[in-house]
Design a protein around this ligand. Structure first.
Ligand code: UTP
Length: 476
C-alpha cells in the first residue's frame, strides 16, 4: 500500500461520518483486497459525500421551473444577411487562426458508464462507422489529424476517462499507436467517482472489498480538468479554448473553426451548439434564458406549456435543443474551480446491485434502492458572464450512439452517416443509387482524410468510382 494511505485514519474518518460499515469485512480480507478497499476509500471525498447525504439524498430540493423562461437567442446555421455572412467568414478565419496558433484543444468526455448501450468496454472503443466499423476514438483521431494537417499545427487532444475505464482506454490507444496522432499530443485523465448512497444515507458496497462507485457526471470534467493538471498542461501549451464533445458521436466535428471563432469573437465564456428540435419533447436539453442567464432545461423538466408553445409562424418557441457540444474558455474553467467547484449535484434514483453490510449477502434490487449523484456540464452555463448559441446542421454532425437498437443506436447512426455522405457526394454531382424509399441503396463511409466538410468532396470527384446499388463504399 502506498505510504500515504493510513487505514486507521480512514477508518476513523468513515466512523465519524456514520459510514463505518464500509470496513465491515475488513478483518477477513486478503492483504491485496485490503489495499484495494483502502485505496478506494482514500480516493473518495468524504466531506463531499457527507454534504450530499444531508442535501441531495435526505433533503432533496424539488426542481421548480421559473415562470420567466425565454428561449435562448442563437446564431442561425445559414447566415440571415450579408452582415452575418461577413461575421461568419471572420469567425471561421478566427477559428482557423486559433488552430494555427495551437490555442484550441479538443476534449472528449469518455468517463460515462455507457450502460444503455451495453458494450463491454469503454464506449470510445465501440465500432461506429458504417463500412470499416472504426472505433469511435479512431474517428476523432482521424478528424483531428486532418484538421491539424490543414492548420499546420497538431491539435492537442484530452480524453477524460473514469477510474473504471482509464487503464483499458489508455491501453487501447497505445495498442493502436494513437491512431497516427503523436503520443505527446494525446492526454488522458480520470474523473472522480462517487459512491451510490442508500436512502438511509449509507454508502453501498459492491463487494466486501469495494464500494459501489460511479463517475460523478460529465460536469465532473470541469473539476477533473483542474484537479488532474490537464488545465495547467493546456496553459503551458498556450491553449486558450477547449472544444468539448461527447464520446458517442462518430461524425462530431471535434473542433469546428467557425463555432470556435464565433465563440471567441463573441467573448463568450462557454458556448453551445444547438439543433432545431424535431418535435416538442425530443430528448435534448432546451437552451433557454432564465433571469438573464443562459440555462439548459432538460426535456423531462420542461413543462408541456413551454415545450409545445409555438410562435405565430407555427415553429416551436423553444426550438433549440442542445447536443452537448461546447466551446469553453480555459480561464472560465479556472474561475469555476478558483473558489471550490461550483456545479450543483443532481439526484438520480437507481437500482444498484450491492451486498448487505450486515450479512455479506448479495442484493439484486428490483426497484431503485440508491441515489447516484452527478453534476452536468451545462450547469456551468448560468455561471458564465457571456454565452452564445450557434445552430448546426443535424445531418452533418449528429449521429449519436446511445442504445442497442432503435433511435440513437449503432444502426441509426450508420444510416445517418451513409445519408450524410450520400448528400455530400450528390452535392458534388456524383450519382448515388437510391432505393424505393428514396434512401441510399448502398453504404458509404468517408474518412476524414478524404473530406471533413461537404465542399472537400468536389476536389476529389475524379477519384470516386461509380457506385453500384448495394455497394459498400469507403473513400479515403
Ligand atoms: P450519457 O449521458 O450518455 O451517459 O453521457 P453514459 O454514462 O455514457 O451512458 P448511460 O447513460 O450509462 O447509457 C454523455 C457523455 O458524457 C460522458 C459520457 O462518456 C458521454 O460522452 N460522461 C457521462 C462522462 O464522461 N462522465 C460521466 O460521469 C457521465
Amino acid at each position: 500500500m502506498s505510504e500515504s494511505i493510513n487505514h486507521q485514519q480512514l477508518a476513523e474518518q468513515l466512523a465519524a461520518g456514520g459510514q463505518d460499515h464500509v470496513y465491515a469485512f475488513y478483518d477477513r480480507l486478503t492483504p491485496e483486497n485490503k489495499q484495494i478497499l483502502d485505496r478506494q476509500v482514500a480516493a473518495v471525498d468524504w466531506k463531499l459525500v457527507a454534504n450530499l447525504v444531508n442535501t441531495v439524498v435526505k433533503h432533496p430540493q424539488p426542481f421548480t421551473i421559473p415562470d420567466d423562461i425565454e428561449p435562448a437567442p442563437y446564431f442561425p446555421h445559414v447566415p440571415a444577411d450579408a452582415a452575418m455572412r461577413d461575421k461568419y467568414r471572420q469567425a471561421r478565419e478566427r477559428g482557423e487562426k486559433l488552430l494555427q496558433a495551437g490555442k484550441i484543444a479538443a476534449f472528449v468526455v469518455a468517463g460515462g458508464q455507457g450502460s444503455r448501450l451495453g458494450w463491454d468496454g469503454p464506449k470510445g472503443t465501440f465500432p461506429g462507422t458504417p463500412v470499416l466499423r472504426k472505433p469511435l476514438f479512431q474517428c476523432f483521431a482521424e478528424f483531428l489529424r486532418q484538421l491539424g494537417r490543414r492548420a499546420g499545427k497538431p491539435v492537442p487532444f484530452y480524453i477524460m476517462t473514469s477510474t473504471a475505464n482509464h487503464a483499458v482506454t489508455v491501453d487501447f490507444w497505445k495498442a493502436h499507436r494513437y491512431f497516427g496522432m503523436a503520443a505527446d499530443q494525446v492526454s488522458f485523465f480520470p474523473q472522480d467517482m462517487l459512491p451510490a448512497v442508500g436512502f438511509d444515507g449509507r454508502v453501498l458496497l459492491e463487494t466486501d472489498h469495494s464500494l459501489a462507485l460511479s463517475p460523478n457526471g460529465h460536469g465532473g470534467s470541469l473539476l477533473a480538468l483542474h484537479k488532474s493538471g490537464a488545465l495547467a498542461d493546456m496553459i503551458s501549451r498556450g491553449v486558450e479554448q477547449i472544444s468539448y464533445f461527447q464520446v458517442d458521436n462518430p461524425i462530431v466535428r471535434c473542433v469546428d473553426p467557425l463555432f470556435m471563432g464565433l465563440h471567441d469573437l463573441e467573448k463568450s465564456d462557454m458556448s453551445s451548439k444547438m439543433l432545431p428540435k424535431a418535435e416538442p419533447k425530443e430528448k435534448l436539453g432546451n437552451l433557454c434564458v432564465v433571469d438573464g442567464k443562459y440555462t439548459i432545461i432538460e426535456y423531462s423538466d420542461l413543462p408541456d406549456r413551454f415545450a409545445e408553445a409555438r410562435l405565430p409562424d407555427g415553429s416551436l418557441k423553444f426550438l433549440a435543443g442542445s447536443i452537448a457540444l461546447h466551446a469553453i474558455r480555459v480561464d472560465f474553467v479556472q474561475r469555476l474551480n478558483a473558489a471550490g467547484f461550483a456545479l450543483p449535484y443532481h439526484r438520480a434514483e437507481k437500482k444498484v446491485a450491492c451486498i448487505d453490510p450486515a450479512t455479506g449477502l448479495a442484493i439484486k434490487p428490483e426497484k431503485p434502492n440508491a441515489v447516484k449523484m452527478e453534476t452536468f456540464v451545462f450547469d456551468a452555463l448560468p455561471l458564465t458572464q457571456r454565452s452564445m448559441v450557434y445552430q448546426t446542421d443535424r445531418l452533418d454532425e449528429f449521429a449519436p450512439i446511445k442504445q442497442p437498437s432503435g433511435v440513437d443506436s449503432p444502426e441509426s447512426a450508420r444510416q445517418i452517416m451513409t445519408q450524410r455522405n450520400a448528400n455530400w457526394l450528390a452535392a458534388a454531382g456524383i450519382s448515388v443509387p437510391l432505393g424505393p424509399d428514396g434512401r441510399p441503396d448502398c453504404t458509404i463511409e468517408i474518412a476524414p482524410s478524404f473530406a471533413i466538410y461537404p465542399e472537400d468532396v468536389a476536389a476529389k470527384k475524379s477519384t470516386i468510382p461509380a457506385i453500384q446499388p448495394g455497394a459498400n463504399v469507403y473513400l479515403d
